[in-house]
Design a protein around this ligand. Structure first.
Ligand SMILES: [Zn+2]
Length: 408
């Protein structure tokens, strides 16, 4: 043990200082590992060593026999690791790594060796399929061959288990939908409409489903927007990405909590001219925090294209305006030092902006509130949840939907 403690001191004194830049970057930017690797706890098989990983490269889950139990609602270390890797870190590749001379695989071939280890025996039940395939498919195999066969079949079994995890299953389903072929006549129709109605310029491809704007369920921010699509081929892929976003994990969770399933969802796609906005945001024609406050307009804003405000990823600038007292109450100022702009090659790019300057001027707040009031009047006095943008001095309305109180 003393030897190991000595190595920790060596790490602190020698290894860490010589990799200071990398560790500092990981501390500031957070992690975005290239893959999740599920491997055996065997001390001889070191995933980071095998793929020469640097800190930050690999999200690792190790256990006896590189096992992934099938998904169950009961909490488990492996399922939590898979869910976090896929949903929080956006990991797209999962590696299940078996190895030769695996103690767990040997135990499957000789189950009598587990008599004194009830926990290991129970854990290895998740590999019984592999053991059976080996026994039934290769009855003549010698002992050492059988251990190797079980190790191989065990990887197949654990990958099958991975597919039972909702985060993985949903990601696979979305990928499949994006790869669906679209028949040539339909795709040609999309391109023709894009050319004739929107001049073939950059467009935002957005969701419009029957499972949003419902009483008690807003659905805002659950589905995917593909920004600044500039070619016919990209338009086709973007439409399929929006379709596939029916199976975004946040949409799945929100609908499940609200009590309706994916089979009732119909996803439409709407295509809107891309606007290189100066500022953008969301406006609600009442106080979202207190229904008892009439005459209030809530406005959130950021510089550049407003995708982040809609998706709620960073704190936006937020104000409340009273059309009665004409007072502007500032809830937060945007601390962002970057903004999104249209990229000339399609998509959006992040550009630095001067920090510390207000996004919303008092004059703009009043003008926006007046526009909001006009939209509300147009829709028979129903409070509205409005996406807006500015281009220079011009206010552009991107979308208005009935305001639905968020559940908190
Ligand atoms: Zn092993």
């Amino acid at each position: 043990m003393n030897e190991l403690i000595g190595r920790v001191f060596h790490f602190e004194k020698q290894v860490f200082p010589s990799n200071l830049d990398l560790y500092a970057k990981l501390a500031t930017d957070g992690q975005s590992p290239k893959a999740l690797m599920i491997s055996c706890a065997d001390s001889r098989v070191v995933p980071e060593h095998i793929i020469q990983a640097q800190p930050g490269d690999l999200f690792v889950c190790r256990n006896a026999g590189n096992i992934v139990p099938p998904f169950a609602t009961a909490n488990g270390g492996v399922s939590s690791t898979v869910e976090y890797a896929v949903l929080a870190l956006g990991v797209r590749d999962i590696i299940v790594c078996g190895h030769s001379d695996c103690g767990a695989m040997k135990a499957l071939v000789h189950p009598e060796s587990l008599d004194t280890m009830p926990n290991v025996a129970a854990w290895l039940r998740h590999s019984h399929a592999a053991q059976r395939v080996a026994a039934e498919g290769y009855p003549e195999a010698e002992d050492h061959q059988r251990v190797r066969i079980v190790a191989m079949e065990n990887i197949v079994a654990q990958i099958a288990h991975l597919r039972t995890h909702p985060s993985v299953a949903l990601a696979q389903l979305r990928d499949e939908i994006v790869q669906w072929p679209v028949d040539a006549a339909t795709a040609a129709g999309w391109r023709a409409a894009w050319q004739s109605q929107l001049g073939g310029g950059g467009v935002f491809v957005r969701s419009s489903s029957n499972s949003e704007d419902l009483p008690g369920f807003s659905g805002a921010g659950l589905y995917t927007t593909v920004p600044n699509v500039k070619t016919g081929d990209a338009l086709e892929v973007a439409v399929k990405k929006v379709w596939a976003s029916v199976f975004n994990p946040e949409a799945w969770e929100a609908r499940t909590a609200a009590g309706f399933g994916a089979e009732s969802v119909l996803m439409g796609v709407f295509v809107q001219t891309a606007i290189d906005s100066t500022n953008a945001g969301v406006m609600i024609t009442r106080d979202p925090f207190d229904a008892g406050h009439p005459h209030i307009t809530y406005i959130s804003a950021k510089r550049g294209i407003g995708i982040r405000v809609v998706e709620g990823r960073r704190v936006a600038e937020q104000v409340m305006y009273s059309s009665w007292s004409k007072a502007i109450q500032v809830l937060s100022r945007s601390a962002e030092d970057t903004a999104l702009q249209l990229d000339k090659d399609g998509g959006v790019k992040e550009v630095p902006v001067e920090a510390g300057r207000n996004v919303l001027t008092d004059e703009l707040v009043v003008r926006l509130a007046n526009v909001g009031a006009a939209v509300k009047r147009t829709f028979n006095g129903v409070d509205q949840d409005i996406e807006w943008a500015t281009v220079g001095d011009r206010i552009v309305l991107l979308q208005a939907r009935p305001y639905v109180e968020r559940r908190r």
